[in-house]
Design a protein around this ligand. Structure first.
Ligand code: GLU
Length: 485
């Protein structure tokens, strides 16, 4: 099949909680397809096998569906250019690597990780940017054949022109010129045979007939490598559009350390997808004051991809709150409001799990809000008083939060067992009893020292809400430690 017409895609890597930045780029592509009567595709880019998990893949699909975005082709719905998950396409990339090797556009590199580290170290010491030095570029063909035959591990790297620059026009940045000598001899196929992002991305965009590549500005510097691959294969390159990153109000890159960035956090707190899409969509259109509240169809109508700003999309949470409030008040009928509130409480089985955990702990229903209400709250309003009954000193509490927070980030599958295992590991690292470690966490997560079992509650709340609650508690504790309370 030869796909035609405007074809765009979102290509998430399932390596973490689905990010609002992914929803922002997905929305752009979705609106672009709608505007041009084109096709919007979802492709899973899981070439980083160590960080990609099925849990995150499922979550990214669910999160984008929650946003109200739908794709015509993807791993869940199939389509003419499948499979739509790169790990399922592994065998498809090899012939392309062979083609590049045969044509002399790529070479085998036998450098060990230790040698590469040494090389980078020397470059750093000399104040030069780290870049492959080309040691294997000049190996004789017989030597390469012999080393491959002897089973020595190797990667495939692309050759890069030594002079001139890569000039291209970006849909947002206009004319861009990047000198070739700043471009690294990118690894295309790793030692385990898996392609890297760059290789798989270009081959798949070509095979899937992608006409416009719209993605985050962090990929702008990769365009020369991609353009070179299109040239090496003699394929037509797509139009590139690099959207400015979403930023915190202080203009720094939106990161989970400053603001919650997971889509699931916003859904758990009771933001409406209509409001989130409305908020993100306003970055792509010119609008007069008073006309901000727009449905997806209205966004598509006003969508203006030719007038995008490089300034950065500020994630102004107050504006999102304002829009969300308007959507709740003006966008939903009373019936819809009832139904949506219930659906929100039931999301991820939250209400059911909360009731299950509560049944053996109450004497009358009226105790439920106090006991389990924390599972639905958006803000616990923690103060130092909440920690008054905990035996540990503020400094000890701080040490506990400092260890637990990064430890929980490393959990690949978020569930009761993995949370418990990680908190036990934390207690071991800190040389403390588990109950000493979990006491302040109880308060951080539930706001009270008498509540539902901690590990189960953390599993129900989900990692993005737990992350935010621990962050807020850690701030309270740090202030206590700082003020000597
Ligand atoms: N997998 C890349 C990401 O997660 C996609 C970048 C692109 O769209 O080319 O951002």
């Amino acid at each position: 099949m030869n796909p035609s017409g405007v074809r765009v895609r979102i290509a998430p890597s399932p390596t973490g909680e689905p990010h609002v930045g992914t929803a922002y780029i997905a929305l752009f592509n979705y609106l672009f397809a709608k505007k041009h009567g084109g096709t919007f595709i979802l492709r899973i880019e899981d070439t980083d096998a160590t960080r990609s998990t099925p849990e995150f893949e499922e979550k990214v699909l669910d999160a984008l569906k929650w946003c109200g975005l739908t794709w015509a082709e993807g791993p869940d719905v199939g389509g003419p250019c499948g499979p739509y998950r790169q790990s399922d396409r592994k065998a498809m990339y090899q012939p392309y690597a062979e083609e590049l090797l045969d044509k002399g556009h790529a070479f085998r590199c036998f450098c060990t990780p230790a040698r590469l580290e040494e090389m980078r170290e020397a470059q750093r010491a000399a104040g030069k940017p780290p870049k492959y030095d080309g040691l294997c570029l000049t190996l004789a063909a017989e030597e390469v054949t012999a080393r491959v035959a002897s089973g020595e591990a190797s990667v495939v790297r692309m050759k890069i022109p030594t002079e001139g620059s890569c000039d291209f026009t970006d849909g947002v940045y206009g004319d861009v010129s990047i000198p070739w000598d700043s471009v690294d001899m990118q690894v295309l196929i790793k030692a385990d045979g898996m392609p890297t992002y760059h290789m798989a991305n270009v081959i798949d965009d070509h095979l899937m007939g992608i006409t416009h590549v719209a993605r985050g500005e962090e990929w702008l510097a990769s365009v020369p490598k991609h353009i070179l691959l299109y040239r090496y294969f003699d394929w037509q390159q797509p139009v590139f559009m690099h959207l400015s990153l979403m930023r915190n109000a202080d203009k720094s890159k939106l990161s989970k350390r400053k603001n919650p960035t997971s889509i699931s956090y916003y859904s758990a707190l009771g933001y409406l997808p209509e409001a989130l899409m409305n908020f993100l969509g306003l970055f792509f259109i010119q609008i007069a004051e008073g006309e901000e509240m727009l449905t997806m169809d209205q966004l598509a109508e006003k969508f203006d991809p030719d007038n995008l700003s490089k300034a950065g999309a500020i994630f102004d949470i107050q504006k999102l709150d304002w829009l969300n409030g308007r959507w709740i008040r003006e966008g939903l009928s009373e019936e819809e409001f009832f139904a949506r509130t219930l659906a929100w409480a039931m999301e991820n089985d939250r209400l059911k799990q909360g009731l299950k955990l509560s049944q053996s702990r109450i004497t009358k229903f009226g105790e439920l809000p106090d006991l389990a209400g924390f599972l639905l709250k958006s803000d616990l309003g923690l103060t130092p008083d909440a920690f008054a009954k905990v035996k540990s000193s503020p400094e000890e509490l701080k040490a506990i939060f400092d260890d637990v927070q990064p430890g929980l980030e490393k959990i690949l599958e978020w569930n009761v067992a993995s949370i418990e295992a990680e908190l036990r590991a934390s207690a071991d690292r800190l040389g403390k009893k588990l109950k000493v470690v979990v006491a302040p966490l109880f308060i951080a997560v539930s706001g009270s020292s008498r509540s539902l079992p901690l590990f189960d509650s953390m599993a129900v709340l989900g990692r993005s809400v737990v992350r935010q609650r621990l962050k807020m508690a850690a701030q309270v504790v740090a202030a206590m430690a700082g003020s000597g309370k």
